[in-house]
Design a protein around this ligand. Structure first.
Ligand SMILES: [Fe+2]
Length: 150
């Protein structure tokens, strides 16, 4: 069955000021629609026009990258439109999805701090040998490639 571009579940300007009407219209009407039209052509080429979107995604995975990309992006965008709503808020995750996310968060907690830079003997030596630019001219005189260091 052919892929179809779904109607947005809200008006183009419903997500202002977080997403402009112009952005939403472009994203839905051009971007998402391209996945639908290109995906339909690729599905036809692959003899999968009679399959559901989910069947096409599964069948193309690992076998037909362009078809997989377009079909799965179509699927992603259909969910994406539903996850947003005017005035935001809410909690609409299924219990199973929320439990899985919490399980992953427990397994892989967010780092409490930014990663620290580790200086190896080599990087320590490089930073101490790095030539300083003169304060009078911030640019190289000749342009082009920097002189080769030995
Ligand atoms: Fe997108």
């Amino acid at each position: 069955m052919a892929f179809e571009l779904p109607e947005l579940p809200y008006a183009y300007d419903a997500l202002n000021p977080f997403m402009s009407a112009e952005t939403l219209e472009f994203h839905h009407d051009k971007h998402h629609n391209a996945y639908v039209t290109v995906g339909n052509g690729l599905a036809a080429d692959a003899g999968m026009s009679d399959k559901s979107l989910e069947e096409v995604v599964l069948a193309s995975f690992g076998n037909n990258a362009p078809l997989f990309n377009n079909a799965s992006q179509h699927l992603n965008h259909m969910h994406f439109w539903k996850w947003m709503k005017p005035n935001g808020g809410g909690k609409s995750m299924s219990g199973a999805l929320e439990a899985k996310i919490n399980e992953i968060k427990t397994k892989y907690p967010e780092p409490s701090d930014k990663p620290k830079r580790v200086q190896t003997p080599r990087t320590r030596q490089q930073s101490s040998q790095r030539p300083r630019q003169s304060k009078s001219s911030g640019k190289r005189k000749s342009g082009g490639r920097p002189p080769r260091r030995r």
